[in-house]
Design a protein around this ligand. Structure first.
Ligand code: CA
Length: 230
């Protein structure tokens, strides 16, 4: 069950939020005081925080900053004042979203669900990348550690060579034109030109292939481009 912490001094509002969230199978705790809310947020594990900005004893902005300095847990800010929205944006507090009072409880629940789904995707892709090892015949690429083994021997690659290798090897058997490769690996930096692709392909082949003139991994498809053969 996903856990939500509501930090809100108006108990009636907090209870209403809690009722709706529980209907959607969330487990919900309420803190009506800023100091204790902040402490609990930092010490216990929750999946999302719903944080009211106007609290009597501690500013919600500070609580948000405090939580964000220690945790990546999504934070949904609640404000009664439209002008707070500008402040939220201006401060760059690292809040994931905000909602202004009055709001419908079902809107709140929808926002909470959307944020959890987004957060799950983020964590999921990070976790997937963690063990990202590409093995194609005698080539082994540890994407996270940025290391490459060719026929059992580790071979050093420059950053760009590595990026190009990973790009091609993670789309095996697909043909990419030089233009596509250049855009993917170099275009953001707007340095070099398309000829750099040819140069890097040559270097990668020298490292991977037994015979660069008869490549078994990075093949040239004449008139089209290159592909990593499986
Ligand atoms: Ca309040």
């Amino acid at each position: 069950m996903r856990k939500v912490l509501i930090i809100e001094d108006e108990l009636a509002i907090a209870e209403l939020e809690k009722d709706y969230l529980e209907l959607s199978d969330f487990s919900v705790d309420i803190e009506t005081n800023g100091q204790s809310g902040c402490k609990r947020a930092l010490e216990s594990d929750y999946d999302i925080f719903i944080l009211d900005l106007m609290l009597p004893d501690m500013d919600g902005f500070n609580i948000c900053k405090e939580i964000r300095s220690k945790k990546n847990t999504p934070i949904l800010l609640v404000s009664a004042r439209k002008e707070d929205i500008d402040k939220i944006r201006g401060l760059g507090l690292g809040a994931d979203d905000y909602i202004t009072k009055p709001f419908s409880p079902s809107e709140l629940v929808a926002r909470v669900k959307a944020h959890l789904a987004r957060y799950d995707r983020l964590i999921g892709s990070a976790a997937a990348q963690k063990n990202d090892v590409i093995q194609i015949r005698e080539i082994r690429i540890d994407v996270t550690a940025r290391r490459v083994w060719v026929r059992g021997e580790e071979v050093p690659f420059t950053t760009k060579e590595f990026e190009l290798l990973v790009f091609l090897a993670s789309h095996p058997n697909r043909v990419f034109s030089k233009q596509e490769i250049f855009q993917e690996i170099w275009d953001m930096e707007s340095v070099g030109d398309i000829a750099t692709v040819t140069v890097h392909i040559k270097k990668i082949r020298e490292k991977l292939e037994l015979n660069s003139n008869k490549p078994q991994y990075v093949e040239t498809i004449w008139g089209v481009g290159y592909r990593f053969r499986v």
